[in-house]
Design a protein around this ligand. Structure first.
Ligand SMILES: *[C@@H]1O[C@H](CO)[C@@H](O)[C@H](O)[C@H]1NC(C)=O
Ligand SMILES: *[C@@H]1O[C@H](CO)[C@@H](O)[C@H](O)[C@H]1NC(C)=O
Ligand SMILES: *[C@@H]1O[C@H](CO)[C@@H](O)[C@H](O)[C@H]1NC(C)=O
Ligand SMILES: *[C@@H]1O[C@H](CO)[C@@H](O)[C@H](O)[C@H]1NC(C)=O
Ligand SMILES: *[C@@H]1O[C@H](CO)[C@@H](O)[C@H](O)[C@H]1NC(C)=O
Ligand SMILES: *[C@@H]1O[C@H](CO)[C@@H](O)[C@H](O)[C@H]1NC(C)=O
Ligand SMILES: *[C@@H]1O[C@H](CO)[C@@H](O)[C@H](O)[C@H]1NC(C)=O
Ligand SMILES: *[C@@H]1O[C@H](CO)[C@@H](O)[C@H](O)[C@H]1NC(C)=O
Ligand SMILES: *[C@@H]1O[C@H](CO)[C@@H](O)[C@H](O)[C@H]1NC(C)=O
Ligand SMILES: *[C@@H]1O[C@H](CO)[C@@H](O)[C@H](O)[C@H]1NC(C)=O
Ligand SMILES: *[C@@H]1O[C@H](CO)[C@@H](O)[C@H](O)[C@H]1NC(C)=O
Ligand SMILES: *[C@@H]1O[C@H](CO)[C@@H](O)[C@H](O)[C@H]1NC(C)=O
Length: 653
């Protein structure tokens, strides 16, 4: 039988960073203590002993060291008894009261088909991680309550993976004279399947409007909303899109509900299916009325709602995915949809293992299910679906008009994904960037233009190394090959610019490389109006010429006696800001650079941007009388985590 002691010595000796930790001797000593528990001891005694050792790490005055010690202890245990990692960390977490019970469960309890917990994935991570390396520090910064400060990002590059850029690819092609076509973009649907008319909207959880939602306030007498809010109908849409206003629900009969949920949704809730159907109907109705068609639709991810992880089950995850895709198909009919998966579209939440590790088996059910549906709906071909089944649901398609769309699963760079901490300093642990680069090289060789779509903008919730690598790739294949980049995730209508010379903070017009569009969400969570948009796209170059944004003021549906939401044209990007821009030029990075500078320099434009970002909701920040908009320029003018952090740090000086 392998002794824990031998494993630990190997671990400490093999680590090159050992010297960075002044208290290594202490670490080793405390670890040796566990080892006195030989493996033939009962599971309970091992669990108790490890929990005690974990608790000791809290006594370390250096919080970062304490966290690394926990990883070492966990790794030691995981190498021999991975099955005991979850019970030992649970025992420690609950007894030390370091986290709330629900957070202990989320982090360390085993996931069951009823609970989206991460204990199993945490144990997998421990087996592979080197706690004394960059990965360990990164984990302790992002996933252990900021125990370590952010470690310096290693300088990595993958420039050996591509040939030098040819002179003809140094400039973007100018739009042709052949007109435009339209592309729909929907994002972040987050269907709330247990949305209940009459349930509490002002609740104590992350999302409200479920049968379990309760208010902090004790209601004496009648609700203050009685006689004001009046849309409490159990309505639905029929398959032929017609509206079926249901019966009025007597919500004020329930004396424990303070602010009852109305028919079409609330700013503290994810959308009921009826709001998703209303949104998609508004897309179809608008297209019919204007006599326009959409060549295809982007869907930048997130089908599952924001409920607590204990309430997300495998079954509700699958059901949400199936319902959302069904609703899209039912409305968009023969228009192909090119989806990506969001951080919510997996189980357990956010987790995805690199293909080269056996843990990837845990996620094949999802890639199979979704690729089957996409193929069945004829959104992607059988060959593309086959690729997508095998490769984290990433794929590349060529559209009718010859544009390539490359779809990436961004959980590969998401900081909440446990498997992103395996070898976090290597540039392409998931093999996904190699796929992206090969597709870009192939397109460049035939002068084909490409759109890239993914859920999470790397500068927001990405990890530093993959964000830098992504930026390096975008720089290499801009401006000729990459004609557009599209994200979702933030729920806000935003954009972000990549500049050359990053690190110098030049951010001047000559340094603009490219930019990404961040599409608005359909979910109103939190405090935003549901929205969708479409792009007018140049037929020859696939450059975006204009964006039309639509929204519905959700609060109007609280008081409209159960009628359907009214959808309106919010703004067209080309006319929204006072930027003088030739009508023949695309809305490229240079255009957005000029917008970003106005946002930086003028509080009025900052307010305008915020109004658009949240679609004129009642919760738009007031830029004139608060500091809430101060970070806007940093967001718009950075493309990587490190750049964003640096910009924000300079701001607070
Ligand atoms: C864990 O450590 C804390 C101090 O950090 C101490 O108060 C507590 O009693 C310890 N718990 C156990 C179970 O040892
Ligand atoms: C990366 O390179 C820059 C510039 O050459 C240097 O300032 C920085 O310290 C390097 N970072 C690391 C982690 O080596
Ligand atoms: C315009 O379209 C025609 C026919 O579709 C094509 O032959 C021509 O090359 C296009 N012009 C440009 C500038 O791309
Ligand atoms: C009243 O609302 C509470 C939640 O606030 C819920 O638990 C209860 O079941 C509701 N009662 C009825 C009769 O619907
Ligand atoms: C929501 O509830 C909080 C207490 O939990 C209360 O302070 C607040 O006024 C309520 N808001 C509304 C809009 O009812
Ligand atoms: C309701 O009544 C209780 C007891 O009388 C009181 O403590 C509480 O503050 C009241 N709540 C509100 C919202 O008025
Ligand atoms: C709402 O309608 C559905 C189907 O029409 C029905 O199953 C459900 O019981 C109704 N709920 C209420 C509160 O009336
Ligand atoms: C939404 O639309 C789908 C597809 O037509 C339909 O099956 C579903 O019942 C609708 N749901 C609601 C609540 O309108
Ligand atoms: C709608 O557009 C198509 C081509 O885009 C055109 O052939 C048709 O005449 C238009 N219909 C109406 C009613 O304008
Ligand atoms: C800063 O800018 C100069 C000149 O544009 C460039 O040579 C240098 O590489 C840049 N530094 C970094 C860290 O990108
Ligand atoms: C954007 O388009 C303008 C006009 O076509 C061009 O001068 C500029 O270089 C382009 N910017 C980028 C970043 O490609
Ligand atoms: C909805 O919110 C908007 C923006 O705050 C406001 O102008 C409008 O009056 C509100 N409508 C209702 C019915 O409250």
């Amino acid at each position: 039988m392998v002794l824990l002691s031998s494993i630990i010595s190997t671990l400490l000796v093999s680590s090159q960073l050992t010297n960075c930790f002044p208290q290594d001797a202490e670490v080793q000593e405390s670890l040796q203590n566990i080892l006195s528990e030989e493996l033939e001891h009962s599971d309970d005694s091992i669990i108790s002993s490890v929990a005690l050792q974990l608790n000791q790490t809290l006594h370390d005055k250096d919080k970062c060291n304490g966290c690394v010690e926990r990883l070492l202890i966990g790794k030691t245990l995981a190498s021999t008894r991975p099955d005991l990692v979850s019970p030992a960390f649970m025992k420690w977490c609950l007894e030390s009261k370091r986290l709330s019970k629900s957070n202990c469960m989320m982090n360390y309890d085993l996931s069951t088909i009823e609970n989206s917990n991460h204990g199993g994935n945490f144990a997998d991570m421990l087996i592979e991680i080197d706690p004394l390396s960059y990965s360990g520090q990164l984990y302790c910064y992002f996933k252990d309550s900021g125990s370590c400060s952010k470690p310096a990002t290693p300088n990595v590059t993958i420039s050996h993976m591509w040939p030098p850029k040819k002179p003809e690819h140094m400039v973007a092609p100018e739009p042709g004279m052949n007109g435009t076509f339209n592309v729909l973009h929907v994002s972040d649907l987050h269907i709330e399947m247990d949305y209940t008319v009459g349930s509490e909207t002002n609740c104590t959880d992350t999302i409200c409007c479920t049968p379990r939602s309760t208010s902090k306030l004790e209601l004496n007498g009648t609700s203050p909303y009685n006689g004001y809010w009046n849309s409490f109908f159990n309505s639905s849409y029929n398959d032929d899109f017609s509206f079926n206003q249901g019966s009025l629900v007597n919500v004020f009969d329930n004396s424990s509900v303070w602010a009852p949920a109305t028919s079409f949704g609330n700013y503290r809730c994810d959308p009921p299916e009826i709001l998703i159907n209303s949104t998609l109907n508004s897309v179809v109705n608008y297209a019919d009325k204007q006599n326009i068609t959409f060549d295809f639709s982007l869907f930048t991810g997130d089908m599952v709602d924001h409920d607590l992880s204990q309430r997300i089950s495998l079954e509700t995850t699958i059901k949400a995915e199936e319902y959302v895709l069904r609703d899209l198909k039912s409305r968009l009919r023969s228009t192909p949809v090119f989806p990506v998966l969001g951080n919510h579209d997996t189980f357990p939440y956010a987790e995805l293992a690199p293909e080269k590790y056996s843990y990837s088996n845990k996620f094949t059910w999802n890639a199979d299910l979704l690729s089957d549906i996409w193929e069945d709906y004829q959104w992607i071909t059988p060959d593309e679906a086959q690729y997508s089944r095998k490769h984290y649901t990433g794929y590349a398609v060529e559209t009718r008009l010859g544009l390539k769309v490359i779809s990436l699963n961004s959980n590969t760079w998401y900081y909440k994904n446990s498997y992103c901490y395996l070898n976090a300093s290597t540039p392409d642990n998931f093999g996904q960037f190699e796929f992206l680069i090969n597709e870009l090289i192939a397109s460049e060789a035939k002068n084909q233009r490409v759109w890239i779509t993914a859920h999470i903008p790397p500068a927001t919730d990405g990890l530093p190394v993959p964000a830098n690598i992504f930026a390096e790739i975008v720089e290499r294949f801009s401006p000729y090959t990459i004609a557009g980049i599209f994200f979702g995730h933030t729920h806000l209508d935003q954009f972000e610019i990549l500049y050359a010379g990053s690190g110098n903070d030049t951010k001047s017009i000559k340094d603009v490389i490219n930019h990404a569009f961040i599409g608005p969400s359909i979910t109103p969570w939190t405090g935003i109006n549901p929205s969708w948009r479409y792009y007018e796209v140049d037929k020859t170059t696939f450059s975006v010429m204009n964006i039309h944004n639509f929204y519905t003021p959700l609060n109007e549906t609280f008081v409209n006696h159960g009628q359907e939401p009214v959808w309106q044209h919010g703004y067209a990007a080309r006319d929204a800001y006072n930027v003088s821009w030739p009508s023949t030029s695309p809305l490229n990075g240079t255009f957005w650079h000029m917008v970003a500078e106005q946002v930086r320099d003028s509080v009025a434009v900052r307010q305008l941007y915020e109004n658009y970002a949240k679609r004129q909701s009642p919760y738009v920040a007031n830029c004139h009388n608060s500091n809430d908009c101060n970070g806007d320029y940093c967001f718009l003018s950075t493309f990587t985590v490190d750049e964003y952090d640096k910009c924000m740090a300079a701001l607070s000086k």
